[in-house]
Design a protein around this ligand. Sequence first.
Ligand SMILES: C[S@@+](CC[C@H](N)C(=O)[O-])C[C@H]1O[C@@H](n2cnc3c(N)ncnc32)[C@H](O)[C@@H]1O
Length: 322
Amino acid sequence: MSAAHTPVLLAEMVRLLAPADGDLLVDATFGRGGHTAALLRTARCRVVALDRDPAAVAAGQAMAAQSGGRLVVRQGRFGDMVRLVRAVTADPVDGVAMDLGVASPQLDDPARGFSFRTDGPLDMRMEAEGPTAADVVNTASEGELTRIFRELGEERYAGRVARAVVAARRIAPLARTLELADLVRRVVPRAKDGIDAATRSFQGLRLHVNDELGELDRGLAAAEHLLRPGGRLAVISFHSLEDRAVKRFLGERSGGGAGQSRHRPAAVDRTPPSPTFQVLTRKPVMPGPAEIAANPRARSARLRAALRTGAPSRAEAGEIAA
Ligand SMILES: C[S@@+](CC[C@H](N)C(=O)[O-])C[C@H]1O[C@@H](n2cnc3c(N)ncnc32)[C@H](O)[C@@H]1O
């Protein structure tokens, strides 16, 4: 098992966040601290880092101890970013970094149950609490499993996978990653591009187990609420569902429409809310061939960034809960 994680789009993330001496930055997805370390190296800034995985936070304590008080690492979800950061400092936040998904030490440890390549318990939880992937595949209805594989895994053969899961669990509960991976490979045709047939079903389950898209929506709204006017948000996503959510959020918040409040009927107030962000990346920044060759996990990365305006956040405007 490897304990390292190669940070993706590192120089690009630092360039877009543009840390300056005295700044306060939030690294919402500490992992093994690759982006945090680069931020701390670039300027005499401070970083409050978060990760929902207790193993990442434990690994971060050594870096925090050597930071001369410039780094604090806290356990928690970025959906709770406002509360977690405000528990550390009331200072204005100059930048928020989000590098979504799982880190290599999670993927590479068979005991965490994320990988369809190595055998382990079917777990997939980023924290050690809540229902595991095994709980989901052994208890969810066939309809719910189809939805998970189709909507969160973007698996064309979601119905077939769900049916096969339900048939298998009638004989014995599914407990191991390779059991599920082999079952998926039996019912999903092999792809021409060589991508493992289990990839999408595992993605769907992982997103469901960790409510990753719900967390992303809450995390983006929290970043909007925390950032000072002129502060910067930079988000790296790894698959189209995440990238679409980030693009939609920044589109809405930069005045691209669709910002209507659920609580105010359109007929009563048609004034669009003032833009809270100005997009800095018209197209997402992607890794070049050299980075992909050195780190194949970077191949699907997309980085989007935006500058916070002076408009009140939707939470301040009373449209969503802070
Ligand atoms: C791609 S890794 C980040 C790697 C990091 N940038 C580095 O250079 O080492 C994503 C990390 O985010 C964490 N994570 C995922 N969702 C989270 C959430 N909702 N709140 C906090 N941390 C989260 C994962 O546990 C994982 O450690």
